[in-house]
Design a protein around this ligand. Structure first.
Ligand code: HEM
Length: 468
């Protein structure tokens, strides 16, 4: 008996489909996944994640434990929220967890994942890290920028002195100082200074706005990153904003590179003065394993600006609360599990997104005595460091993808914090008590205050100390 051709084709398709579905089911049944809430179809566990995802994840970890399996849309997510599990992700299985998920922000705002943060684990990323260690953030290079830090610190102290007695928004001063230091080191100019940027394609206001937008868009929870079938609708309008921002950045970075090339051309004993110079020099190096293109130079240049917001937030962590209960980054930048693995006896499949809840570790009562209380002296006499060795305190992450700019970040923070504390007495405005302060935060790459802090300061030292 002969069957019609259409029947043969459709039965073959159906059978194949059934086998695939069966195969997935069998595989799933066999997997021993970490505990976690049961996911819904399509949305997974996104219904449990509120507007402050780090707090939702913290609450879930209290229920399901320090290694938890979630699902965001169609993507599996594992969360480490104790010293032991963070160590498993960032140390024991570091190389397996060294990928980064491909989010829209990486695609649209960093030249299709060409910067260090969002680039995939591989030769390109390895070379970029090597450049950071050997060239961009080497001890010698950072020493050569010391005069910039000194000048900007003096300008900060002078500016604060001038505002003695009046109410000020502290974060404005702090983000300006970090932006000035970083833009001088990276771009060779203060892009907040009208006189220095007369011929620039962006005004200081536009420059600030672009960086604010870059930082915000790199930290948002974009629904299309979890539910790809909804990506085309761009429900929050984030992708539209990313595309528009990338155009503005490209125009600016093209200008920066042209300007640097013009200065370099024709100069015999040319010496690199800022990071763009160093990157352009590296781009000319024929011996590099992976060629550095103009696009990579632009992508690497952009990262410096994006980090400026971390500094004011660090002060917040250091000065207002403590670094454990209000860490700079409540969760480290998401990682991607590169191959199937077993962690603490649980199966984690390749492609799973991995989060480390630094927020939860900072609130662990077995690690910290009264973690909610601001008590900086708890660190006195402790050898604990912030450089990725002590997993109780991970402001810069740990392992292969740890922050490569931490030496610069630490230098700026330590010197400015010391100046703020040594140079001034800090008070809240009249009739405001510490109990009146709203300590809520905004979620993103860092956790700035929802309502910025207003303070009044008085100098502590003789006037000449502020005008050196
Ligand atoms: C106090 C300031 C800073 C803080 C708190 C901070 C924090 C962080 C954190 C938590 C990560 C993720 C680490 C992980 O995934 O384990 C990171 C990554 C990164 N940071 Fe920073 N950072 C700071 C300053 C800087 C500066 C000044 C730069 C460069 C100018 C920089 C460049 C980067 C880059 C390129 C990455 C991605 C590394 C990779 O994926 O390989 N950071 N930072």
């Amino acid at each position: 008996m002969e069957f019609p051709l259409w029947f043969v084709y459709s039965s073959t398709w159906l059978l194949t489909l059934l086998l695939i579905v069966k195969g997935i089911q069998v595989r799933r049944r066999k997997l021993n996944q970490a505990p976690g809430p049961k996911p819904w179809p399509i949305i997974g566990n996104l219904n449990l994640i509120g507007s402050l995802p780090h707090r939702s994840i913290h609450d879930l970890s209290q229920k399901y434990g320090p290694l938890m399996q979630l699902k965001f849309g169609s993507y599996p997510v594992v969360v480490a929220s104790s010293v032991e599990t963070a160590k498993l992700f960032l140390k024991t299985h570091d190389i397996t967890f060294a990928g980064r998920p491909k989010f829209a922000a990486g695609k649209y705002t960093t030249y299709n994942f060409s910067d260090i943060t969002w680039s995939q684990y591989g030769p390109y990323w390895r070379q970029a890290r090597k450049m950071c260690i050997m060239e961009l953030f080497s001890t010698k290079r950072l020493e050569s920028y010391e005069y910039i830090r000194v000048e900007e610190m003096r300008a900060l102290v002078k500016g604060l002195y001038a505002s003695s007695g009046s109410q000020i928004m502290l974060k404005d001063y702090l983000s300006d100082v970090s932006l000035n230091v970083i833009s001088r080191i990276v771009l060779g100019k203060k892009y907040l200074d009208e006189n220095e940027t007369k011929s620039s394609v962006v005004t200081p206001e536009e420059f600030k706005k672009m960086l604010d937008e870059l930082f915000l868009l790199n930290g948002v929870l974009n629904i299309g990153d979890s539910i790809p079938s909804l990506a085309c609708f761009d429900l929050h309008g984030y992708v539209k904003r990313m595309k528009s921002l990338s155009k503005k950045f490209d125009r600016f970075l093209e200008y920066v590179i042209d300007e640097h090339n013009e200065k370099k051309n024709g100069v015999k004993e040319w010496v690199a003065k800022d990071m763009v110079d160093v990157l352009l020099q590296l781009a000319d190096d024929p011996n590099l394993e992976v060629k550095l293109t103009r696009t990579s130079v632009k992508a690497f240049t952009q990262v410096g600006g994006g980090e400026r917001h971390t500094l004011p937030t660090v002060y917040r962590s250091d000065c207002e609360r403590n670094n454990e209960t209000a860490p700079v980054a409540p969760m480290l930048v998401p990682r991607l599990v590169r191959e199937d693995c077993k962690v603490a006896g649980y199966d984690i499949v390749a492609g799973t997104r991995a989060l480390v809840s630094v927020w939860t570790i900072g609130r662990d009562p077995t690690l910290w005595d009264e973690p909610e209380v601001f008590r900086p002296e708890r660190f006195v006499g402790k050898s604990m460091d912030v450089k990725g060795h002590d997993f109780e305190l991970l402001p810069f992450g740990a392992g292969r993808r740890m922050c490569p700019g931490y030496t610069l970040g630490l230098k700026v923070i330590q010197s400015s914090l010391a100046n703020l504390i040594h140079g001034f007495v800090w008070k809240l405005p009249e009739k405001i008590t510490t109990g009146d302060l709203n300590m809520e935060e905004i979620f993103g790459l860092s956790t700035p205050r929802k309502i910025p802090l207003i303070v009044v300061l008085q100098p502590r030292l003789p006037a000449q100390a502020y005008f050196q």
